[in-house]
Design a binder for this molecule. Structure first.
Ligand SMILES: Cc1cc2nc3c(=O)[nH]c(=O)nc-3n(C[C@H](O)[C@H](O)[C@H](O)COP(=O)(O)OP(=O)(O)OC[C@H]3O[C@@H](n4cnc5c(N)ncnc54)[C@H](O)[C@@H]3O)c2cc1C
Length: 466
């Protein structure tokens, strides 16, 4: 049995579903294969946060609080200094979503727009003809099925089942994510036993430990989350250090979840002949939060434009036709994310006292005048006006003079920021001409090689951030 379509997507998570929907709306024939059963996709995570401004930009059918897939729409959160003395209010536009009900709502929309979703259908191997990817073999409820398509999209999540099985010379890196390429996340759904006792309110972050209390679906509940690279043990030990220091009122744990989210640079190219990767398979997450869902939707919007134009003009979806996706993505969001990811290695190097100073002085989360709540950094730019830069420098100098900041760590921050600027510029010059790609990659590798490992010492564990 051979199934044919324009676009074949592997994985009906948030990435594959969104791009599938965009393409189906353009009347292209779309099939998505998904290894899990319909009602079980996404079950590994329950409550998840989407950036509300990005949801709107992506044109997702609006969320309504109280519907099965939407708990709350929030606009602020709190950051607490490591000495627990200062709380900083931050504007943060988040839609709190339940993942499986959300996916099931979107599946209905997708199917009404003509897409087919084959659930319980697992990718097994690629089919190549004349060195070109033309289809794949999947196992659908125990039967082998062949699929053929003009474009095959890997949206299979972190394991990137297609990208990692492409030949080495296909033009897309085939690396797998190792322990230092991901943040291991532990979530405990908790319920306060004496809710009248003071406790962290949702959404409160303790950035020094990369730990937070997020909103939950339960009244008097919260989600205690922590994420660290290297191992689940690192995450657990960071939480242990926090709990030794922060005396929380009694609570019970009602549910636990765990998983990992990409924390490294994406492949230098996301496209090959008849091939595109998106979502965790393409290693696209917001560098400062590890969130991946809406980060990839921006790539999907670019992909739609390029794919639709090519198919309308009767073009084959070869690497050079799909190249425009790379150019548009990496010159914009890709460049900003690469820069922020590099800056992180400077910030994560600071010790606890320095974090206190940085947070209090608004050097990490810009604090506004008086009671102003700082605006979110919607476009992930880190540009400052001359006045803001001057204020920043004075605060840094003040910290150095009063020994709140060490020269060694400040030098590392400045080095990381300098490198981030160079990396950003390099990505903004992503080559239009595919023939210049090898030279561009050579320079990109030289730059990434200069990124230093940041080290954090907690009382329970030393953690390395690559
Ligand atoms: C604990 C935790 C909390 C997180 N919280 C947030 C958050 O609050 N906000 C946020 O934006 N991001 C969050 N993330 C990250 C987010 O979950 C991912 O970035 C996002 O789910 C990636 O979507 P995706 O569609 O690329 O991959 P996935 O969601 O992994 O979907 C891939 C799909 O492909 C299917 N698949 C895999 N292999 C095959 C195969 N061989 N054949 C067929 N189908 C296959 C899988 O079953 C799956 O349904 C969190 C991650 C973790 C681990």
């Amino acid at each position: 049995m051979v199934e044919k379509c324009d676009i074949l997507i592997v994985g009906a998570g948030t990435a594959g579903t969104y791009l599938g929907w965009l393409l189906a709306k353009k009347e292209l024939s779309v099939i998505i294969i998904e290894k899990d059963k319909r009602e079980e996709v996404g079950k590994r995570l329950d409550v998840i946060h989407f950036e509300s401004d990005r949801v709107e930009k992506a044109g997702i059918p609006p969320f309504q609080v109280g519907q099965p897939d939407c708990i709350e729409i929030r606009d602020t959160s709190i950051a607490v200094t490591p000495d627990f003395k200062t709380e900083i209010k931050i504007r943060s536009l988040q839609t709190i979503v339940r993942l499986t009900p959300f996916l099931n709502r979107i599946y209905n929309v997708l199917e009404s727009d003509g897409a087919i979703i084959d659930f319980s259908c697992e990718f097994k191997k690629c089919i190549f003809e004349g060195n070109q990817l033309v289809g794949l073999i999947a196992n659908k409820k125990g039967k082998s099925v062949e699929y053929r398509a003009k474009l095959i999209i890997d949206a299979s999540g972190k394991n990137a089942v297609i990208r990692t099985s492409l030949p080495e010379d296909y033009g897309v890196e085939t690396f797998k994510l190792g322990p230092n390429d991901v943040m291991y996340v532990l979530l405990q759904y908790i319920k306060w036993k004496n809710p009248q006792e003071p406790h962290p309110v949702p959404d409160t972050g303790y950035q020094w430990w990369l730990l937070w209390f997020g909103p939950s679906y339960e009244k008097e509940g919260a989600i205690l989350g922590v994420g660290q690279p290297g191992s689940f043990d690192n995450a657990r030990l960071a939480r242990e250090d926090f709990l030794k220091r922060m005396k929380l009122p009694p609570y019970e744990i009602t549910k636990k979840e765990q998983g990992s989210t990409p924390y490294r640079r994406p492949p230098y190219s996301l496209v090959g002949d008849n091939f595109l990767c998106i979502g965790d398979a393409s290693v696209i997450t917001y560098p400062f939060s590890g969130h991946g869902v809406t980060a990839t939707w921006m790539l999907c919007m670019i992909a739609l434009e390029v794919i639709e134009k090519a198919l309308k003009n009767g073009k084959e979806l070869s690497t050079d036709i799909l190249w425009e996706i790379n150019v548009k993505y990496f010159r914009d969001q890709g460049a900003k994310f690469a820069s922020l990811f590099t800056q992180l290695s400077g910030v994560l190097n600071f010790d606890e006292k320095e974090w206190n100073y940085f947070l209090k002085k608004g050097l990490i989360y810009q604090t506004g005048e008086a009671d102003d709540i700082p605006e979110p950094n919607k476009e992930y730019e880190e540009e400052m006006s001359a006045g803001e830069m001057l204020k920043f420098i004075f605060k840094i100098l003040g910290g150095l003079i009063r020994r709140k900041l060490s020269f060694k760590h400040m030098r590392r921050l400045l080095q990381a920021n300098g490198l981030a600027g160079k990396i950003k510029k390099h990505y903004e010059n992503y080559p239009d001409n595919i023939k210049e790609f090898d030279i561009w990659v050579k320079r990109a590798k030289e730059l990434w090689d200069q990124k230093k490992v940041a080290i954090k010492n907690l009382s329970t564990v030393q953690i390395e951030y690559y």
